[in-house]
Design a protein around this ligand. Sequence first.
Ligand code: GDP
Length: 426
Amino acid sequence: MKGAVEAVVGAQWGDEGKGRVVDALGPGADVFARYQSGADEGHTVVVGGKKYVFQVLPSGMLYPGKVCVIGNGAVIDPGALLGELGGLQDQGMDRARLIVSYGAHVILPYHRSLDLARERLRGKRWRGSGGAGPAYIDKFNRCGIRVEDLLDTDDLREKLELNLEEKNLILTRIYDSEPLSFDETFELAAEWGKALAPYAGDGGLALDEAVRDGQRVIIEGVHGTMLDLDHGAYPFVELSSPTAAGGCAGLGIGPGAVSRVIGVAKAYCTRAGEGPFPTEDGGELGAFLRERGRESGASPERPRRCGPLDLVALKFAARINGMTAMALTKLDVLSGLEKIPVCTSYETAVGAEARFPCPGELSAARPVYERLDGWKEDISGCRTFEELPSRAREFVEFVEKFCRIPVEIMGVGPGRDQAIFRGPGG
Ligand code: GDP
């Protein structure tokens, strides 16, 4: 699909395998763009048996000659970005041209300190964001530091002086934490500015030119739809909008340019943090999915919560994103299960139907399951839909029928080639 924008968005609670889907679409695409978040959010791509984890860079960095854009909607940690870039450069794998938008906001050391201090004050239930939260707050408060500010040291000095004076008051008087040194903060920010200068540019304009030139642009979300600041189960949400519309806003492209919205979902569900998770399975099935699917997040001490596929939530994601296609990853993880439960509705204690994402209703909701027949075969070598066992095909067709969205991509393993394409433009 040339001359159009395709959005790849998380249709669950994140970690759906968006990075590998973007990577799989890579050969046919010209431009890759990231539009929101953050720090400490991993996209994992496996190429030739080697694992690459991108916290900040778009997944397309591994493709020679492509353009990768980080949009205004992103909040970036330049230290992490430059570290990631340096790592790729050392391996000769920084193959794409990178554009970091002038308007992207920067996470500074005081954002991390504020995040940690808030985490300490609010206890375990508060999940830190690697500084992204306070950086987003500054953005909305119109005192954020943007990439363009790092490039002009006089301007940077003035803005940082004002910011640090205020942040140090908050850190010391409210949180009883250590203040930060202005000189150290300024030096670091100015150094980042120098290192980022060759990459700084107008991401929105580059995307517009690409579309006008008939190029194929893929925009990739971080997190998942259920964590959307506006539409997720608030307050258990992230700080930005991971939806397709969030992509348009964060990159500066008109919604009319988006021709395909691919929602990425695992063949089951996981959730990394606190908050309502209707199909969570604390028993054998949850343990099976966690082990088989290697669902343990960045640190092994934080295993993800696991459970069966939640079609009520997936249908909600389809609506919120205007999904036109689905990518169903980790189908291989389900091999060997005799029966595969899938949630088709929620029931309240009095038997009424509950909705997604209303948290009050959700915490009391009981998932209602249909139990589909499983398959025994190892499907990791299948490369066409027809090669899949009939029960695996029936599972996929059930999901499609329920959500009324075609499943155009299936993941049968983490490798670049372990994917099945059924739709247009693969
Ligand atoms: P993202 O943030 O949505 O890109 O997802 P993550 O990278 O956090 O997590 C997805 C994990 O699942 C990665 O380790 C992938 O290598 C792995 N993965 C993705 N697709 C498949 C698949 O189809 N099968 C298996 N077994 N693993 C997969």
